[in-house]
Design a protein around this ligand. Structure first.
Ligand SMILES: Nc1ncnc2c1ncn2[C@@H]1O[C@H](COP(=O)(O)OS(=O)(=O)O)[C@@H](OP(=O)(O)O)[C@H]1O
Ligand SMILES: Nc1ncnc2c1ncn2[C@@H]1O[C@H](COP(=O)(O)OP(=O)(O)O)[C@@H](O)[C@H]1O
Length: 210
């Protein structure tokens, strides 16, 4: 359809608001509020496994979710960053900002990063006013080291990898996480069940979305 000069196809009021679609419309569309589920824990504690399984379970239940993890963030957006304390902080700052955008768009953003520093996790929380749920994937170092799925703990012990979390870099244990999963003491199905139960309660789904 052709428009005369000065006319346009969009409704006039779209130019008057910062977001053309308001939060309530996103809620009606997705059937739930946007939020960030922030998984934190040592390497091999179970973050990635639980994040992927949770995404699958929530999607099957009718939620719209997306996982941010090292695989899709450290290879692209954050490929300039390593594992120094400064780089880890910047990694988490950017992930927090990106997660906030996903939540603002109405999605459940599940993040799976070691995020070893308490102050960085607090900054991420402040960046995500839509709702930030810190979930501590708690497994002791000995268990994680015994799992060692990528052989990184062995490398670190041999001195071939420096500043490895738990070996020669710190992990600051969350003191007030919304949920703690003890993944050294229970199998993955039990941890996943607790996680799903928590999310269904904390982020209710409308009875008839869309
Ligand atoms: N030095 C060092 N310390 C910790 N981890 C290391 C290191 N070097 C590489 N890796 C691999 O990178 C993954 C952790 O990346 P993150 O972005 O989650 O780390 S952080 O939050 O910035 O601390 C981590 O993945 P996960 O095992 O899934 O946690 C490791 O596989
Ligand atoms: N309760 C549990 N929750 C999650 N993972 C578990 C659990 N028990 C054992 N595991 C195993 O621990 C390993 C964790 O690896 P991964 O998910 O890659 O950890 P991370 O992303 O934290 O590095 C997987 O092999 C997983 O099957």
């Amino acid at each position: 359809m052709k428009h005369a000069p000065g006319q346009h196809a969009l409704p006039q009021n779209l130019t008057a608001v910062p977001h053309a679609i308001a939060a309530d419309e996103r809620y009606r569309h997705y059937g739930h509020r946007g939020a960030v589920l922030w998984l934190t824990g040592l390497s091999a504690s179970g973050k990635s496994s639980l994040a992927m399984a949770l995404e699958q379970a929530l999607t099957a239940a009718g939620y719209s979710c997306y996982v941010l993890d090292g695989d899709n963030v450290r290879k692209g957006l954050n490929r300039d960053l390593g594992f120094s304390p400064q780089d880890r902080s910047e990694n988490i700052r950017r992930v927090g900002e990106a997660a906030a955008l996903f939540a603002d768009a109405g999605l459940i953003c599940i993040t799976a990063f070691i995020s070893p520093y308490k102050a960085d996790r607090e900054l991420a929380r402040m960046a995500c006013p839509q709702g930030f749920h810190e979930i501590h994937i708690a497994a002791d170092l000995a268990t994680c080291e015994a799992r060692d799925p990528k052989g990184l703990y062995k490398k670190a012990r041999r001195g071939e990898l420096s500043e490895f979390t738990g070996v020669d870099a710190p992990y600051e244990t969350p003191l007030q996480a919304e949920l703690t999963l003890h993944t050294a003491q229970e199998d993955m199905a039990s941890s996943l069940k607790k996680l799903i139960t928590y999310v269904l309660d904390a982020i209710p789904l409308q009875s008839s979305p869309r």
